[in-house]
Design a protein around this ligand. Sequence first.
Ligand code: UGA
Length: 429
Amino acid sequence: MSKIAVFGAGYVGLVTGAAFADLGHEVVIRDVLPERIEALRAGRVPIHEPGLDELLARAGDRLRFTTDVAEAIDGAEFLYVAVGTPPTYSGDADLSAVWTVVDELPADTGNAVVVMKSTVPVGTGAKVRKRLDGRGLTHVGYASNPEFTAEGTAVRDFMRPDRIVIGAFRDADADAVAELHSGIDAPIVRSDVASAEMIKLAANAALMTRISFINEIANVCEATGADVVKVAEGVGLDQRIGKSFLRAGIGYGGSCFPKDSLALKQLAANSGYHFQLLNAVIEVNELQKRRVIAKLQRHLGSLSGKTVALLGLAFKAHTDDMREAPSIVLAGRLLSEGASVRAWDPVADGSGLAGVEIAATPEAALAGADAAVVVTEWPQIAQIDWPTVASSMRNTLLVDGRNMLDPETLRAAGFTYEGIGRAAAEPSS
Ligand code: UGA
């Protein structure tokens, strides 16, 4: 059993803290937001993450929350940093929250290991090491232990990861961080700090590259009459390629991919390297979000005065997170084309989307609409009674941005169905 302080009570910090408590460690999570800490102390979980409530509930005394640094680090052997690293205007990662944590460590901090969980540019660990040394904290260790958890499956991903990556300056620190994970059955990749930092950025870049790749294949499928769902199946069964992350759609979003791609692009550029492939991946993704508009216009003509129902707002299913969600770009583009936008999502709060009317049910969003767009792959959408809904709509056009519905069923229900990269009724010549 070890004592762990976790800085940051966001998605990553909460999951990390709760999971370590579940492994038997004693954890204190510290955040600067008093209202967040109050809510957590009162048993209210501020985010929607499957399995997290249960972990928090059964942690009991092994998990505490505080706003106080001294209380958090009292006796702690590990100081996990899980604060946000959002992009700055230039695209570089904003490390101010990381520096605040490092600088707040008191001069009498004991023999703890600072463990970086936040996604940071390569070279950050070396800079933190220098800063700690400069303050006489040479005895404080440092390790990079990037997270590979996806929202919606974060608890499972933490407890059953494909690998655990640990980069450290001293073997003893890496050993200690590895020991913390005992109880989790996964290969451990040990490396230098810079490589551990790069593993995180490269893994996300590889996943985004796959998405933009399949989205471009989808766009060519549309123009040539092939079906990307079949194509992805046939391609993915090649074991050298693999099946995952080959779902074509309306582009990736979320709190990680867009930010991490910019950070890696900037990191390369700042080092004098133009990362051509990554630039293309980002551009393809931006264009992909907008292609839905052209599909709507092809069938409806001008969108001015038309009502479009967005089914789903979250950047993916099983999360309430709307950060960088394609729904935001879509809603903005539709409104600027003069359309009325109605949206439904089972958990994401769309009230911040100016000009968008929020509906309580998919049916309410669809009634009287000229088109439906499946934005998020919520399972509820598959349960909709499409023949009934069709009779309530002004015009039965459906753009399935996630390829989650069966085209033939929708066509039989009276819809003009357009997926992403699925041969439309007639391929364009
Ligand atoms: C992602 C990574 O999957 C995690 O491994 C990583 O730890 C995390 O970022 C992070 O850096 O913190 P996340 O953003 O939660 O996790 O979500 P994903 O499930 O990876 O989905 C990202 C986006 O890609 C979503 O918008 C999703 O709809 C889209 N996507 C995913 C596709 O369009 N097609 C696919 O085949 C897969």
